[in-house]
Each structure stands twice: as C-alpha cells, then as structure tokens.
Design a protein around this ligand. Structure first.
Ligand SMILES: [Zn+2]
Length: 284
C-alpha cells in the first residue's frame, strides 16, 4: 500500500470519528425532540458538562473506562461504536468509489442511515428531521450522481417518452422513493387491515426511511435493500421468536435492518444485482 493511500485512509478515519461524535448527539437527542446544537453535552445522571478532553472520540471512552468522570455512571458503548462505524463507512465508501461525487453521495447516505439504525435500535424511533433532510439531499445529489432509472425508462418507452440525463436521474430518484415508500406503506396497511400485529411492526418511520433510501438508490437498489433487509430481519427475528418466549411479540427494530441493508446496497448492491441478473439470464 502506498503512503498517499494510507494517509487518505487515516485522514478519512479521523474525520469519520469526528462526524460520528456528532451523529451520537443526533442519535441520543432527536428521539426526545431535543436540539442537536445546544446545549453542550452533559452527563445524563449528574448533569455535569462533558469537558473537551473527555469528548475525544473513542479515546476518551477508553481512558475513562466507559464511565462518567464525575459520578462514575456507565457511558453507553454505543458512543464509541457509532464513532468507529462512521470512520469505517467513510473508509469503505472511499475504497469503493475513490474521491468522487459518488463518494460524497454514499458517505452522506451512510451517515444518515447510521443515525436511523441507532435511533431505531435504542428508542424505536426514526426521526423525521433525518428522513426529510435525507429525501431532499437524495433528490439534490441525483442531479450530480446518476440514479439508475432503467425500470421507469422501460415503462415510459411504451408511452413514447424518452427521458435523458439529469431528467432521467431525477425521475429515477423519485421513482425509487415512491417504489420503496409505497411498498412499505402498502405492507403497513395490509398488516393493519389483516388485524394482526398491526402497524406497530411497519410504522410510518419505516415508510419515511424507504422514501429516503429510494431517492438515493433508485428502484433496483431499493429492491435489493428491501430484499436483504427483510431477509436478514427474518433470519434474526423468526428463530428467536420460535425458540425463546422472551422475544415473542417483540418489537423488532426493522428500520435498523433496512438501514444496514441500504448501506450494503450502496456499496455492493450493484455487483450483487449484476451477478443475479447474469445468473438468471435476465441480463443482455
Ligand atoms: Zn455523571
């Protein structure tokens, strides 16, 4: 590995740790409807403000042994985990896309998804400020990074409409949102009318999440996200619900599964899709 690349990795990882620190503020404050800008971070038990030298990503957590300096209250290991994951996402996105518009787009998506994954995991909430901001950014970024719009182009061709360039990309972004959000809305309604388990399982937050993911990924990769998210979710949830009483009727954080699947789709989904299309003989 040459020195230039190593320096880029380390620089991105340091930025990732710092961004991760801010994502933590979002993860712990947004579900409670608190501002992410003010006041300064403080210990939830003794309310003492966190000193700057106790607020260094990962390092401070290790030096303090995962406890508050003042009252020795345990600090959630989610803090250092999110910081490390943010660094990992930036480095992985750089490995996949190098320094390009794609890198910016998928790094932004990855960080938005990290917030959703952990708010759903810790509070069973998917904050609307995040998904709404995400939808706006997804649409905006589709102007710079083309979204795969082949499914809609295929449909529009029958009507003699041939969108091109930025128009096609924007349409692909909107189509992805309507596809992802629409399917989840329909599934939520179906569960509701079938009268079992109700909308608790597929809440409106999941619909908003899939609207956001759709604007970034377009229809094909949104499909990959939903397929992998449901598959992984079922593989984890079903055995646990069957084996142990504790998890029967448990409220699973499906947004966390979907968010994780969307990060995978953004980085490796196209390769997976191409491999599937070759294998099934649908390509070419
Ligand atoms: Zn404290």
């Amino acid at each position: 590995m040459n020195l230039g690349i190593l320096v880029s990795y380390v620089t991105l990882a340091v930025f990732g740790l710092a961004f991760g620190s801010f994502l933590n503020v979002c993860i712990f404050r947004l579900p409670r409807g608190e501002s992410v800008i003010a006041p300064r971070s403080h210990c939830p038990r003794c309310s003492k403000p966190i000193r700057w030298y106790d607020n260094i990503p990962v390092l401070s957590y290790l030096l303090l042994g995962g406890r508050c300096r003042d009252c020795r209250e345990r600090i959630s290991p989610i803090y250092p985990a999110v910081e490390i994951l943010t660094a990992a996402i930036l480095v992985a996105t750089f490995v996949r896309y190098a320094l390009s518009p794609e890198f910016v787009k998928y790094a932004v998506l990855g960080m938005l998804l990290l917030i959703v994954i952990f708010t759903d995991l810790t509070a069973r909430r998917i904050p609307q400020p995040v998904t709404l901001l995400g939808m706006g950014l997804g649409l905006l970024l589709s102007v710079i990074v083309p979204v795969d719009n082949r499914p809609l182009e295929w449909v529009l061709r029958w009507f003699g409409i041939f969108p091109e360039g930025v128009t096609s990309s924007l349409l692909g972004s909107v189509a992805g949102a309507l596809f992802g959000g629409g399917l989840f809305y329909a599934a939520g309604q179906a569960f509701y009318y079938l009268g079992r388990r109700q909308k608790e399982y597929l809440g409106f937050g999941d619909v908003m999440l899939m609207l956001m993911v759709g604007t970034f990924l377009g229809v094909p990769l949104t499909l990959v996200t939903m397929f992998l998210g449901s598959l992984v979710g079922s593989l984890i949830a079903l055995p646990l619900e069957i084996i142990t009483r504790r998890f029967r009727g448990y409220h699973w954080p499906y947004g966390s599964f979907l968010g994780t699947a969307a990060i995978y789709a953004a980085l490796g989904g196209q390769a997976l899709l191409d491999a599937y299309l070759r294998w099934s003989g649908l390509a070419g």
